[in-house]
Structure formats: structure tokens, C-alpha cells
Design a protein around this ligand. Sequence first.
Ligand code: IPM
Ligand code: MG
Length: 368
Amino acid sequence: MSSQPLRIALLPGDGIGPEVTAEAVNVLNAVGQRFGHSFEFGTGLIGGCAIDETGTALPPDTVDLCRASDAVLLGAVGGPKWDNPTAAVRPEQGLLGIRKALGLFANLRPVKLAPALLEASTLKPEVLAGVDLLVVRELTGGIYFGPRQEATADDPTAFDTMLYTQPEIEQVTRLAAAAARGRSGRLASVDKANVLASSRLWRRVVTEVVRAEFPDVELEHVLVDAMAMHLIRRPSAYDVVLAENLFGDILTDEASMLAGSMGLLPSASLGTDLNGHGHPRGLYEPIHGSAPDIAGKGVANPLAAILSAAMLLRHSLGMENEAQAVERAVESVLADGLRTGDIAWGAKEILGTVEMGAAVVSRLTAIN
Ligand code: IPM
Ligand code: MG
């Protein structure tokens, strides 16, 4: 039993967020039972539900809760109820706000195809064989946070600015290069250096950091439009892919299709802050959104949330064995033909959200 409490902040959010997060919590509790840990959960508001209750997408209480926790598990934010891009208060502000407030400058999005799902993708199995990508997306800079102007009735002109400083690029490059070193040693950095000034800085700084600090890492620069093509033409040619915020956002939705469904992909957002256990205080979330069309129906795929919990165990609590146990349990469920509706290909049985969560829990207790 760990001597220090293991505090996890839960931000279920909107849409299917609460349903999938509940299953991830069940899995964490099962991990706790099996490995002798006891997790303490605290719940906070974020996104649309926070707007409804408090008038803001990121109430200060939520930020306090996250800062007092060792890790944060988030569901999803947004939905048609709050879908008004011109509103002053929007659910997405909660997500961007918590990333910024916790200094989570790197978003890790692994894309690995479960062998059982080789045929579930729209791409040919021979193109997908061997796909094992880690996309590292810069998360607190670039056009998401640069100076902007909203159009008004008087001045129908709007702009956003892709702004990067050298230290911002250095810190995310170090993280990506270290990840590459722990894997195949190959790093592909994405930019649009043939057009954008911020990309020319990006390319120069990435090159310098890798050359000076990671001479063993093999670095390649790829233009973002070419990367969009390569990801579906020869996705297995890449290992760690480093991209600025907006490019990484777009490429990871594309890359998720390699795995058959967005419902399968977890993510970890890390910064420099360490938690009470000496690990990064990360935020973990599925890469899928709030899926309002299926919210409340009990059919959402909880596997991305469950795999996000596995990343939480690995990166914020240093529990590699526990993380692998969860990942193996998910693989075993898929190998047995248990599916949710979004990955119905090859299904022996289509399960609802709760049943899928329970199936993972039962594997966790049985097989590992
Ligand atoms: C993501 C999402 C968010 C982003 C949205 C919801 C603001 O698309 O996490 O990829 O653009 O970062
Ligand atoms: Mg996105």
C-alpha cells in the first residue's frame, strides 16, 4: 500500500464524458484492489456543465482541485447546447484554460493499432501493419493562444496569430526527443517552414536542440501537408512525430483513423510541475469529443478513457506494471471480439459503455 495518498481529480465534463469517465474510475479501483493502492477521487466542473452551474467554463475551484491532485482525468467538453462560437463563454475555454493553468505544454497521443482491429480501419491492413506512432503535440502555445481579433459588425476583419518563442519550442522538443530516445530513436518534426515564420523558428530550434542534446536521435523535418499525406500512405514509417499545437490537433484526428476509431485513443498532457510522488502532474483525456449524438444512451466506447487512465498510472504515478495490466486487459477484451458500436467490425458481441467497462475490469482481475 502506498504511504502517500494518490489523489486523482475527475473532470467528467459534458456529453459522453461522465459515462466514459465512470468506467475509467471503475478500472482504476480494480487496479487499486489488485495491486494494493487506494485512490482518492475528487470531482470538479469543466466545460458546458460548469457554465450552467457557475457561469464560467473553468471555475477557480476546479483549478484548485487539479493543483491539489497528483493527476487529472478528464472526459470531454462541449455540446450543441453551448454551440455558439460567438458567445463570450464557451465550453472549450475550460479545456484550453486548464491546459494553460497547469502548464501542460506537451500532449502525448499514442496511435497503436490493436491487432484485433486491423480490419476496422478504412485503410488497407497492409498499410496499417506495424503502425506504432507517438504524436507529441505542443499544447500551450501557437495560434491557440496568440494575439487575436474577433470580427465585429463595424470591422468584419478577424485574425489569429501563430506565435512561438524559442523556450516554448525547446521544452517540447526535449520531451519529444527524450521519448524518441526511449523508442526507435527516430523523430519527425512537422512544420510549414516554406511559408510560416513561426515554422522557420520551429525548424531551427528543433534542429539545434536535437543536435546539441540528443545527437543519437535521428531527426527528419516534414512539411505538414506532406505529413497529412504520409500518415495515410505509409504510417508505419514514423515513430515519434512532433508538431505545433494546431498542426498536432489536425494530424491526431487523422491519425486516430489508423486505429479504427477515435473511441480508442488516449492522451496525456504533461508539463514541468511535479506532483507529490515526484512525477509530472498530468492531465489525461480521450482524444474524442463529447459526442452529443450518443450521450446518455449508454453506448459510448469507454476504452479511450480507460487507456487514458493507464497513461495516468504510467506517467503521473510511476506505475508501469499497473498501466500495462490495464492495456493488456483492453487488448484481451478486443481479441475476444467484444466491441462497442463504433468498432463493430469483427464483433462477437456489441456491448454498451457499462458492460465494456465491466469486461475490462473482469480481465484485469482474471488474466494479469
Ligand atoms: C482536442 C480538441 C480541442 C483542441 C478542442 C475541443 C478545443 O480538438 O483536444 O484535440 O482543439 O485542442
Ligand atoms: Mg482535436
